[in-house]
Write a new protein. Sequence first.
Lengths: 319, 302, 478
Amino acid sequence: MPTTASPAHALADVTASDSTLRRFLHGLPGVDAVGLEARAASLGTRSIKTTAKAYAIDLAISMVDLTTLEGADTPGKVRALGAKAVHPDPTDRTAPATAAVCVYPDMVATAKEAVAGSGVKVASVATAFPAGRAALDVKLADVRDAVAAGADEIDMVIDRGAFLAGKYLKVYDEIVAVKEACGTSARLKVIFETGELSTYDNIRRASWVGMLAGADFIKTSTGKVAVNATPANTLLMLEAVRDFRAQTGVQVGVKPAGGIRTTKDAIKFLVLVNETAGEDWLDNHWFRFGASSLLNDLLMQRQKLATGRYSGPDYVTVD
Amino acid sequence: MSEKTEKTDLRLSVFKTYKLYVGGKFPRSESGRVYEVTDSKGNWLANAPQSSRKDARDAVVAARKAFGAWSGATAYNRGQILYRIAEMLEGRREQFVREVADAEGLSKSKAAAQVDAAIDRWVWYAGWTDKISQVVGGANPVAGPFFNLSSPEPTGVVAVVAPQESSFLGLVSVIAPVIATGNTAIVIASEKSPLPALSLGEVLATSDLPGGVVNVLSGRTAEIAAPLAAHQDVNAIDLAGADEVLAKELEIAAADNLKRVLRPQAVDNWSATPGTERMTAFLETKTVWHPTGSLGASGSSY
Amino acid sequence: MASVFEYAPAPESRSVVDIAPSYGLFIDGEFVEAADGKVFKTVSPSTEEVLSEVAQAGEADVDRAVKAARKAFEKWSALPGSERAKYLFRIARIIQERSRELAVLETLDNGKPIKETRDADLPLVAAHFFYYAGWADKLDHAGFGANPRPLGVAGQVIPWNFPLLMLAWKIAPALATGNTVVLKPAETTPLSALFFADICRQAGLPKGVVNILPGYGDTGAALVSHPDVNKVAFTGSTAVGKEIARTVAGTRKKLTLELGGKGANIVFDDAPIDQAVEGIVTGIFFNQGQVCCAGSRLLVQESIQDELLDSLKRRLSTLRLGDPLDKNTDIGAINSAEQLARITALTEQGEAEGAERWSPACELPSSGYWFAPTLFTNVTQAHTIARDEIFGPVLSVLTFRTPDEAVAKANNTQYGLSAGIWTEKGSRILAVANKLRAGVVWSNTFNKFDPTSPFGGYKESGFGREGGRHGLEAYLDV
């Protein structure tokens, strides 16, 4: 599996200039908001039971980017998070590890230590997260720091101001530069902050800008604004990665982040993946949940399936 | 025309050859047939064309051809034209008073009342063209994020069996509501008293009404109505002037393409202000849905 | 569809519904046997299991039921509207209370997926009664003049595709306006109407106001030709609709007909493609395509044909066909062997006439009546499958080059029930909607229904409207 998106040759000339990129993005099919949300809601009525549920819960656990992005983060907090990512359920070692821990750049080294040898990745937000309001040099330095500290993945934010001002090529160039700063060792997740882009048409356009610029993942949100991941905006991004692969042969991952707190929610997202992008994305290399409290609910539901009893918060770890 | 024969001066009056009105033109019946029209006392008034099935078919073609532009015209424009018909009639009031008096055996003053009422009826319907949609259509508050609007649209080509007794006021009372809303009409004039209807054609032709919107046929009602009721390109039929037996036959024939049928109703007094029923009988309701923005469940409503 | 994420069976429990081994006719508030003792069996189309044995109404029963309805009419029509309203509100509430039971029942008797009966049919049924309940004491303000009068006894004949919903569309406005009812459900789906009879009893509805007569076409014919019926309402095939129109010719019976269709779903090159694909799927595969207003003709702009068909085929491959009681089933069973034979014959004709047939890989259950979702490409206006109503999960794909051509093709049918338009250009939506000769036009959506929204056809799709203020007219002497 390629870990890095190669330049999409079929669409190489799209990014030749500001105007070609604008024409391309504005030529993408429109999104009818009501229809999109109706489709997401309809997939949300799938009833996932018994064996399918057990599969989905383990898959979801393995897709979690266990996240702490607080001003109050300390090495102790990050170490605890790392330990949990490696062995989410202290009472049941068959529970899969999460995909990654996600921290600020200055916590990358600590996190690396905490998950060393486990296969759990360390992801770091960068580029003046969450606002992204800094000079490009500052953003790139932020990225290089994190990569140098050993980050396996970089979660960058796009310049929403530039995007909303119609300066798509600026957004694109910045992603390209960050991608370059990631080098070959780190995969790049591009955060759109969909809640600030406000329209579905914008989310679709941002998805294409990100993919054209070489994103390994496109990600909904920072978790720091009022509206984060929703079934509808994730569905829309899944359609984008599906269509992008059909046109270019390049597969890009999707990461909804923020607001996904329950097993029921997580399974709805997996249904969206399964029935939109397809089973090629049902793998933590291609789909992630940016979440913190979700993991405990997944673990409680997992215990319920194993024992037949409903679990409680005292039987999972607080961090 | 009895008056004409009574003229005492030496000048011989000029008779009018009454013709059909089809597609904006004044053809004779393609069959070449005419029949004698007499006044209420049996005196000869004129020879009227006796339309054939072929004339009926031609009229359907003309009415269909006219439907697109007429139904697509603005309601305001249709109103202006209907009002123009009233204006033109007003100018030929005396002629129609004479013809109605002859046709229905009325005194001049009673005939004049009929003609005046008929002129006023055009005015009444002229005002309806741009109001009926607001009265019978509207927005529907569906339980979901959708804009939903019902609007009336004309049914299409309507065959009208005009009333047999009220040769002019009754006639106008059944034609005007059909065309006010954008339908086109094929009218079978009163069999016994077709002359006011045929003269009306001359008025319509000079009222900016596009040719084919109203087509007037005279002749044997049953003979003309039968092919119209069975015609697959006629969308509706008004049976006002059909007797019970004929009405049933026509309604059965009309079922072949599910024409909208307005059954004959007893009308004591054509002068009474009509309701909207004659318009709504030949209107379809079209309901159009469109998504609005969502209710913001996703924070992104557009 | 073998997948790494295989959904385990998730069947809705049958135990919420208790189907008796036999049912009578519902006349004058009582369940009674047919005068001649005739019965027929109703089966579950997904398994061919016999669900129950139902009394079959004959002419004598029709006469009895009409007499009961006539007798009840006097008092029912004289009730204050506010009192009639309360009966209807009661019915709406009891339907909500029993909606899971009724959804399962409908799925068993009809074969449609529980997802649809649970999320579409039953909520709409309750909403319809709730809506018309509110009209009962406001008829003076409905735009039909002061104190509009009911017609009398309504004879109503409904189809099998939405048994309880069609019952609601017929009975709710009839009762709200003060009429009494004799209703014949379809012979393949009589059960929900008989459960509704029980709901009428629970609601304390006066005897004779609603009478339910299961039976075949001859029962319906006897009902619509009964001389003491004042109003005939029929939903079903155009052929039967014409027969009924001939039957009532020359009488004073008021007639409304909701008949067949061959709806065009028009997709322009600037459509919101992903939503259009969903709309196409909803348009023709909702209820296995057994919907009079189905978007059975896809008119796609030639310039995006390949792209759209690829998306559509990919989407069809995710449809889940199987046990209608499974909550994840998208496509259920065809309602009857007879209907399956009709669909089969028409699709065979489509192939014989040279259209190209495609279905996703799809395993059909071994018992019951099933038909895989089917797509025909290379279809022209001259093909039978582009003209005849198939009433099954079969989509005919045609192309067009310009909006004018799209409109011309869409209107080139004897029907005129529904149409769809997909484009992001507002003025094009309005212009095309204006020119389509169809009673319901869905733009950038499809198959949406609401009790406030009038529904009905142009041309041979019938006349009269059901739903909304417009729906009152059919039951008033105006």
